[in-house]
Design a binder for this molecule. Structure first.
Ligand code: DAT
Ligand code: MG
Length: 149
């Protein structure tokens, strides 16, 4: 089953959106297999966002993601990588559709509440970067046959 890495950014935690965000993915029918509240080191932030290291917003992005606690998560389910991105919405919340997390809960691109892996390659890379294997908990929810045919 496919897995993706999601992180509620410091703005989402500070604004009390942790429960709401987790609920969205639970209600969709996806399965939480990893979860931790943590402060992000500069080293982890720079590795996580390494594809953006030459962008003008990189320094601000690293400062922001290290500025407060983050909720790091791994979610599992059919199509979860692409569908979590759809539930999250466009990078710039001003372009994010209503009904998406960024569309409903954010305004500025530098305060867009949540991160989600954008491809199977990045999902694998980010899960391995943020989580140890023993921190991930495989389990089969009782609802499985009511979500999957
Ligand atoms: P996403 O988070 O949707 O995958 P991304 O990978 O292109 O977006 O960029 C990572 C983060 O960097 C994004 O969530 C917010 C910030 N960011 C992106 N583009 C930006 C810009 N033009 N100005 C300021 N911050 C930006
Ligand atoms: Mg990205």
């Amino acid at each position: 089953m496919e897995r993706t890495f999601l992180a509620i950014k410091p703005d989402g935690v500070q604004r009390g959106l942790v429960g709401t965000i987790i609920q969205r993915f639970e209600q969709k029918g996806y399965t939480l297999v990893g979860l931790k509240l943590m402060r992000v080191s500069r080293e982890l932030a720079e590795q996580h966002y390494s594809e953006h290291k030459d962008k003008p917003f990189f320094a601000g992005l690293v400062n922001f993601i290290t500025s407060g606690p983050v909720v790091a998560m791994v979610w599992e389910g059919r199509g979860v990588i692409a569908n979590a991105r759809k539930l999250i919405g466009a990078t710039n919340p001003l372009n994010a559709e209503p009904g998406t997390l960024r569309g409903d809960f954010a305004v500025d691109v530098g305060r867009n509440v949540i991160h989600g892996s954008d491809s199977p390659e990045n999902a694998e890379r980010e899960i391995n970067l943020w989580f140890q294997t023993q921190e991930l908990v495989p389990w089969e929810p009782a609802f499985t046959s009511w979500v999957y045919e």
